[in-house]
Design a protein around this ligand. Structure first.
Ligand SMILES: NC(=O)c1ccc[n+]([C@@H]2O[C@H](COP(=O)([O-])OP(=O)(O)OC[C@H]3O[C@@H](n4cnc5c(N)ncnc54)[C@H](O)[C@@H]3O)[C@@H](O)[C@H]2O)c1
Length: 360
């Protein structure tokens, strides 16, 4: 059976008289045609994560054109058609797909999710070598095709691959961002919100450092409605199960639960997709709409972690101000407890070890 995405592919001529009578577009007094600049977002890697991101961006009316690129031609075409068939229910967006990076040319935002996926039990850092080889094929042509774009890296291990993308693209660090602990922080906020019976959007709580096993939960700065949360928990709450107060061990238990929740989802359904889809669409919103919102994302943290030699070029998550130009600023004066700072330093050391081993 003939496959078609348009009537012209079925042989219907589009050259006949227009359905609507043409109106002059040059209606300002200088004869210029008023046009809004269209926003183009490309997603490289149309797997579970890439498609969750694409569909969330689509429903949030963030882009005028979405390009899906994947190494598997049939799959990416299938994904494109499936989304196109929802056109009657969505804002008008041009959706394009294919296997060539050149399709992404002129993008405002290029999101990279291509990569080998974590298999149950595998740490994110184990994925590294497989994904670096892939990035060598993807990042240089993507950067060349969209030299003004912002690169948003999602593939794991995201902090190291963001460093790799920065090196391979030649872009300024302000335009290379890793989705980092934006998702971990959302998981953290969800757990706290459930416990405090409030909306997770009202919980100010950050996970920083590595997106992964060594991520750091900033318990000391959690607040809700402007009120500090940790001192309240320590004074008034006990674990319903162990009857223990919120001591260091209990807090570490919460941090581990946040980190472990990704592994649990992978164990149960084979991959994670919805939360990362919303997390990345939220970042896209802040970037493309110049929202200047603060997100914990993976940024060049050179000289920003107390106790880490200031010449180390490593990417890890810190609260950063995001806008149309990319990273507009990074929180350099986090108030951390000694323990939190020690953990952040350890996170930085772990990541630095991997970046150095790559010798890029
Ligand atoms: N940063 C985060 O918070 C976070 C969360 C979840 C998953 N991830 C990561 O996202 C990545 C994707 O996960 P997934 O579940 O979607 O995996 P997946 O296997 O479903 O999708 C990966 C896609 O990449 C494609 N691909 C491979 N090589 C390519 C190439 N050269 N060019 C274009 N496409 C190519 C594959 O065909 C596949 O469709 C993984 O690295 C995963 O660990 C990150």
């Amino acid at each position: 059976m003939k496959k078609a995405t348009s009537l012209s592919e079925l042989g219907f001529d589009a050259d006949g008289p227009s359905f609507f009578r043409q109106v002059s577009l040059s209606d300002d007094c200088n004869g210029r045609t008023p046009r809004r600049r269209l926003i183009k977002v490309s997603v490289i890697g149309a797997g579970n994560v890439g498609m969750a991101i694409a569909q969330t961006i689509l429903t949030q009316d963030l882009a005028d054109e979405i390009v899906l690129v994947d190494a598997v031609a049939d799959k990416v075409r299938g994904e494109m058609l499936d989304l196109q068939h929802a056109a009657a229910f969505l804002p008008r967006v041009r959706i394009v797909s294919g296997t060539g990076i050149e399709l992404t040319g002129g993008s405002d935002l290029v999101i990279v999710t291509a990569g080998a996926r974590q298999i149950p039990g595998e740490t994110r850092l184990n994925l590294l070598q497989r994904n670096v080889a892939l990035f060598r094929k993807i990042v240089p042509p993507a950067a060349e095709a969209s030299p003004e774009s912002i690169l948003l890296i999602v593939s794991n291990p995201v902090d190291v691959l963001t460093y790799v993308a920065w090196k391979l693209s030649g872009f300024p660090a302000s335009r290379v961002i890793g989705s980092g602990t934006n998702l971990d922080s959302s998981r953290f906020r969800f757990l706290l919100a459930e416990h405090l019976e409030v909306n997770a959007q009202d919980v100010q709580a950050y996970m920083v450092g590595e997106h992964g096993d060594s991520s750091v939960a900033l318990f000391s700065s959690i607040s809700v409605g402007g009120m500090p949360v940790l001192s309240h928990l320590q004074r008034n709450h006990r674990s319903a199960v162990t009857k223990k107060v919120f001591d260091g061990e209990a807090l570490e238990g919460i941090r581990r639960a946040v980190v472990g929740s990704a592994y649990e989802v992978i164990q149960l359904k084979g991959y994670t997709s919805w939360a990362i889809g919303y997390s990345v669409a939220n970042l896209a919103w802040s970037l493309l709409r110049d929202q200047r919102r603060i997100h914990p994302v993976s940024v060049l943290a050179k000289g920003l972690v107390l106790g880490v030699p200031p010449d180390r070029e490593l990417f890890l998550s810190l609260p950063a101000r995001l806008g149309r130009a990319g990273v507009l600023g990074v929180a350099a004066e986090l108030v951390l407890t000694e323990e939190e700072n020690k953990r952040l330093r350890q996170s930085a050391d772990t990541l630095w070890g991997y970046c150095q081993a790559l010798a890029l």
